[in-house]
Design a binder for this molecule. Sequence first.
Ligand SMILES: C[S@@+](CC[C@H](N)C(=O)[O-])C[C@H]1O[C@@H](n2cnc3c(N)ncnc32)[C@H](O)[C@@H]1O
Length: 349
Amino acid sequence: MNISYNHGFDFSSKSTKEFAWSINQLIKNGEEDIAIELLEIGILYYHQTSRMCYLFGKAYGKKDKAKAVEYLNRSLSTKPNFRPALLELSKHDPSVYTSLIRVAHLLRKSMKFDISKDFYNKAMSVQLKNNMPTCAYFIKSHLELNGLKTFFEIGTFVGYNVLQIEAQKSFAIDKELRIPSWENNIDPTVSFYNMTSNLFFKDHNSEIATCGIDACLIDGARDYENQLKDVQNCLKYVNDNFLMVIPNCLPSNTAAALASLQEAQQHASFTGEWFGEAYKTLLWLSVNYQDLEITIIKENGGTALIQKGINNIPCTLSENEIKSFNFNELAFNRYFRPLTMVEYLTKKS
Ligand SMILES: C[S@@+](CC[C@H](N)C(=O)[O-])C[C@H]1O[C@@H](n2cnc3c(N)ncnc32)[C@H](O)[C@@H]1O
């Protein structure tokens, strides 16, 4: 059967764009088999590999997931930021959310704010739909489930969390803010503070004093002394039903558990990873707050979720013992019982 004849498609005189339009129409009408047959002929005429592989991936979407993923990955291997292929692949492979964030960031860098926003939203919805154990997931879920408003982040960096979470009101603090265009911000829902967290709490705290903090991410300084200050300062402003998230709580080895990157790099066990001393901050919280529940999620290097609740296994270490605590799982797990994401979700449901 001559598909091209039957469908009146004249390959030799039509552009790739026109061909792609016809394929999209066929897929839209549920005629994927015909789309695939047309594509098989189309590859003889059109050579835009990334677009052709994307169209194949889309056509195979409902019929053969493995094939769809293979084609979409092939499309992205020739053009890594090809937006249609990334969006299509995110339907099958949630791990692609990191690429969606990367593209969102690049779009924002080129001042394409609206499309950038769409990609940040898409990245967030993929994480929410698939219960992915990311900081953004925990914070967004908390705000949405409880109808809460304010998100406060120390260590905003390029803004991945603030821009994905899109809280009703966000506070972005970093001593070296790298969110594209933050200087020309006209968005009233985000307040940027390009300064150390210490300076913020000392001289610029009036906004959070008014609305309080519903969710916060402590991701700035990673040494015990400074991170603890950040946590203590945040706790002064949190609203009743707050969530505090601290990443990097389960260092992978001795070097990764040291106070500074320089110290880690000089240690024999350094593998390129550096987590810092968040585990000491958690020990301190456990000693000092019987009314805080600390849950640690094992994936992604250990993310602590801190909320009002009951501290079931309070830590009894002295301040000096915490300061000199050498991270090892056995000793740490006397006070905490890290959960996998599956265990966490089961416990919550
Ligand atoms: C690991 S990055 C944060 C990554 C970001 N939260 C994310 O998820 O994409 C750490 C950031 O903390 C900032 N930082 C470190 N110490 C700080 C301090 N004392 N006050 C404010 N920001 C700080 C650094 O400039 C850096 O951008």
